[in-house]
Design a protein. Structure first.
Length: 256
């Protein structure tokens, strides 16, 4: 929330506001997307969701935390990764500061795939340390309408700088996207995983992959055919879902 004053934060806290913290990453996104892609998407989703909240759900939108945990992209120019211990410390300090401002709920809105495990751990630490109820919303897990998913070239492997991120960035900042440079890459992992029952790229027994294991260009997915129209529709759907989720979390009470 741009230009907010200390008294305004105090008033929001007194009204039972939730603090919303967008978090992304600064890392290579292939030859066609800016290194700030994840941070820009996180901020857009968080800001859009806060703007859609009803007056009954007061909120304090914190400035985006652009840096994240990106060791899988280190060695690729433009990647700036915090260490696990540093990011844990930063997030814990955020929680303590939110608590000191009188706000009892903190929601991380994350748009980088390397952050969720750490954020879910630190959410428990924040709650134990200073009593702030802390939740994590991982933006890629926000549902998309079926008709949008059906238009994606390889939705199961749209991991990094692929169709989704390219389309959303075309909607947010088309001048920052070098679409002619976008090419599919990283799709051969499906052949390596073929026939495996328990091991996958994500979930279950996931692989601790580095970009160099999968992709020459840094892309993992197929960004060809990306469009601003698709990106706007995806942003609208996920912003609506995020606003609903924030509303549910803001009103949630444990039984004890």
């Amino acid at each position: 929330m741009s230009g907010i004053t200390s008294p305004a934060v105090a008033a929001l806290a007194a009204a039972g506001a939730v603090a919303v913290q967008p978090i992304g990453a600064v890392e290579q996104h292939g030859p066609h997307l800016p290194v700030t892609t994840d941070a820009e998407i996180a901020e857009a989703l968080a800001r859009g969701a806060v703007e859609r909240l009803p007056e009954s759900v007061p909120s304090w939108l914190l400035p985006v935390l652009s840096y994240g945990l990106s060791p899988e992209h280190l060695g690729r120019p433009g990647t700036v990764s915090l260490s696990t211990s540093t990011l844990l410390g930063v997030c814990l300090d955020l929680g303590r500061s939110v608590a000191a401002s009188g706000v009892g709920t903190l929601i991380f809105v994350n748009a980088h795939g390397g952050n969720p495990d750490l954020l879910r751990v630190v959410a428990r630490d924040i709650h134990a340390d200073c009593g702030v109820r802390t939740y994590v919303v991982h933006a890629p897990e926000l549902a998309l309408p079926r008709e949008l998913v059906e238009r994606m070239p390889v939705p199961a492997l749209d991991v990094h700088a692929g169709f989704y991120e390219t389309s959303v960035m075309l909607a947010l900042d088309p001048a920052a996207v070098d679409l002619p440079a976008a090419t599919p890459d990283g799709l051969a992992i499906t052949e390596s995983l073929a026939g495996l029952t328990h091991v996958s790229l994500f979930g279950g027994i996931g692989l601790p992959w580095h970009t160099d294991d999968l992709s020459e260009s840094g892309v993992i997915g197929d960004p060809t055919g990306a469009s601003a129209e698709w990106g706007r529709a995806a942003l609208d759907a996920q912003t609506t879902a995020l606003a609903e989720a924030i509303g549910e979390l803001a009103g949630f009470e444990y039984p004890r």
